[in-house]
Design a protein around this ligand. Structure first.
Ligand code: G6P
Length: 369
């Protein structure tokens, strides 16, 4: 096992560090940035279906559901296709309205999640075209779907999903870009520049991984918190949910993710000097609005850990801690903002002596209801 961990203390840490390579493996052979081409057989072979679809329904569970939420923002923004994101467990039991003009995208790292598999079977029985985004090759979901795209993240052993999430977002970004271009919803120049931007992401993740000591220090300050709040807007709202899930899963600290603007409708009541609040405040993501949320937190003595874009000065003055991410297009910031949140959860869990790779009560793959 020590050999499999490749010198890392835990699989989770190894998998966090594998993300630059995993993302390159995901787009290798698919994204030809210099030529301005995205090739994905699963989409190319069924392009008409995608172009004529009335809407896309995404079904998934857990972290994969969060990747689906990021995809909702990507598909709607880049390809202008209406998207609904459903928990597979809810979708399968509520007699959903599905037609043969719908495309269902099922996202699953393992490809074995029982609820997601059942949702796929239901969607197929109602005539939908079902596309799978899986990591495990030859898995049940990969076999049950009409077409699909593998994430090629490599084996993910840690129960808390890390590289599966960022590679899922990568695949879904490629699909959104491909459809946006095919539908004429995105200009050629923006398409080209988005590909160049995506190509730089692995290098930027490398840069972020280098600030691990800073994140570890922040983890040492807040390791005894009993509650944490994660806030984000737009593309980074799902990242806030994912950050909170990661902390819950491996540290057993109660955490909630919220859209930043919803804070005033409830979570604000929880804020006091004992409450760490992680706020994603990237420079192009409704920045001023998030800054005013941060000020509201400050005036209630909450402790602020802000994820900001390199060079930020405004938030730095207010927040207790800031973690800088390299500049990129807002649509692709989830691939970066996620990284420090993974590391934060990891270090807190290690400080607390938790079983990081196999947290209590959780399974890597939930094959029963
Ligand atoms: C379990 C795992 C999570 C995962 C979820 C969905 O809860 O612990 O990490 O996100 O299942 O799994 P899937 O394999 O379908 O992505």
């Amino acid at each position: 096992e020590q050999i499999e961990k490749g010198g890392y203390e835990h699989f989770m840490l190894k998998e966090i560090h594998e993300q630059p390579k995993a993302i390159i493996d995901t787009y290798r052979g698919r994204m030809l940035a210099d030529q301005g081409i995205i090739k994905m057989a699963g989409v190319d072979d069924h392009l008409e279906k995608f172009l004529n679809a009335d809407r896309i329904i995404i079904v998934a569970c857990g972290t994969s559901w969060h990747a689906g939420l990021v995809a909702e923002y990507l598909f709607e923004d880049i390809a202008r296709i209406p998207v609904e994101v459903e928990y597979a467990s809810e979708f399968r039991y509520r007699n959903p309205i599905i037609t043969d003009k719908d495309i269902v995208i099922a996202i699953s790292q393992s490809g074995e999640t029982a609820d997601t598999l059942a949702a796929i079977k239901l969607a197929k029985s109602k005539g939908a075209f079902v596309f799978g985004v899986c990591n495990v090759v030859g898995s049940s979901i990969a076999r049950e779907t009409h077409a699909g795209a593998y994430t090629h993240a490599g084996p993910e052993i840690g129960v808390a999903s890390t590289k599966a999430f960022t590679t899922q977002i990568t695949v879904l970004s490629l699909i959104a870009l491909k459809l946006g271009k095919a539908k004429g919803k995105i200009s050629n120049s923006l398409f080209h520049s988005h590909l160049q931007t995506l190509q730089l992401i692995p290098k930027k993740i490398e840069e972020l991984l280098a600030i691990d000591d800073q994140v570890k220090h922040i983890a040492s300050v807040y390791k005894n918190a009993t509650n944490c709040l994660y806030l984000g807007r737009g593309f980074n709202f799902p990242v806030a949910l994912e950050g909170a899930l990661k902390l819950k899963e491996i540290s057993y600290i109660h955490a909630e993710g919220y859209p930043a603007a919803e804070m005033k409708h409830g979570p604000i009541a929880l804020i006091d000097e004992n409450m760490p609040i992680i706020v994603i405040a990237t420079s192009k993501g409704h920045y001023e609005k998030v800054v005013s949320n941060i000020q509201e937190i400050k005036s209630r003595s909450g402790k602020i850990i802000a994820i900001v874009t390199q060079g930020d000065t405004t938030v730095k003055e207010i927040a207790d801690h800031t973690i800088e991410i390299p500049e990129t297009e807002e649509a692709f910031t989830p691939l970066l903002t996620t990284i420090p949140l993974q590391l934060l959860s990891y270090h807190i869990a290690v400080f607390l002596g938790r079983n990081v790779d196999q947290p209590r009560n959780l399974a890597k793959s939930v094959t029963v209801e």
